[in-house]
Design a binder for this molecule. Structure first.
Ligand SMILES: *[C@@H]1O[C@H](CO)[C@@H](O)[C@H](O)[C@H]1NC(C)=O
Ligand SMILES: *[C@@H]1O[C@H](CO)[C@@H](O)[C@H](O)[C@H]1NC(C)=O
Length: 231
């Protein structure tokens, strides 16, 4: 009865307006898992012809359950394609069939039911298994930019960011920005006044004075106060 139904399905499929007619595998074919198998087909002289069809893919089914796509983007006029069937399906049986699926124009052509043997019988095999296909389960690939959350220099960026620190030492003193121009000042500071004058005449002449004043106000003066209080 099942065979009859399959035969009816096969006949109706091949009678449908579909240019592909599978010539291998056929009903008495037994493929070996883990080996290359050649799938062949020909133009069955009905519309659309193979030349009018877009690329096709080849799906493997066991019974009515989708197993895997064996090949994609096949040129229908090529007439054959090599496929490899994974032994990890672990099901020797004669209830396999393939479907040629074309999107443009949309059509699906079934091969006859055929057999596959040499399936592995060991459980832990990396590969496909025969879980029922479920179209309603979406396959979502999450690409989470986790690295941005754990960037090691995230805090460095925040400390390097120029944040002017305005210090107001006394109510009468003008605001003094510490952060600005700190680095380039270091070599000039180590040089004598004459050298500074030779290297850049009139270039920020007041800076060193401001720096000295700054040191007086913020370093020397507190130190003196501390010393005097300690005495
Ligand atoms: C499938 O058949 C092969 C060859 O007969 C055999 O070695 C293997 O154990 C079978 N696998 C299963 C899952 O029955
Ligand atoms: C497919 O997956 C959905 C959501 O997980 C579930 O509700 C539904 O029952 C599944 N259908 C089959 C045939 O397993």
């Amino acid at each position: 009865m099942v065979r009859l139904l399959a035969l009816v399905a096969l006949i109706s499929a091949s009678c449908a307006r579909a240019g592909i007619y599978g010539t291998s595998p056929v009903a008495d074919t037994v493929l070996s898992a883990g080996r290359i198998a050649t799938v062949t087909w020909r133009d069955d002289q009905s519309e659309p012809s193979l030349y009018e069809m877009g690329p096709i893919k080849l799906d493997l089914y066991v019974g009515e359950s989708f197993v895997t796509t064996l090949a994609e983007d096949i040129d229908p006029t090529s007439g054959s394609t090599d496929v490899w069937i994974t032994p990890s399906l672990r099901h020797n049986g004669s209830d396999y069939h393939m479907r040629f699926v074309c999107e443009d124009p949309p059509l699906t052509v079934y091969t006859a039911d055929f057999g596959i043997t040499d399936m592995a019988n060991m459980a832990p095999l990396d590969g496909l298994t025969l879980d029922p296909h479920n179209d309603s389960v979406p396959t979502v690939t999450y690409i989470t930019p986790m690295l941005t959350l754990v960037l090691p220099d995230a805090t460095v960026v925040s400390t390097l960011k120029p944040t002017p620190v305005t210090m107001r030492p006394t109510p009468t003193a003008p605001p003094f920005t510490v952060e600005e121009d700190d680095e380039p000042r270091v070599p000039a500071q180590t040089q004598t006044g004459a050298a500074v004058a030779m290297l850049g005449i009139g270039k920020r002449p007041t800076f060193d004075m401001e720096r000295i004043r700054f040191r007086l106000v913020f370093i020397l003066w507190p130190a003196l106060v501390g010393i005097s209080m300690a005495l």
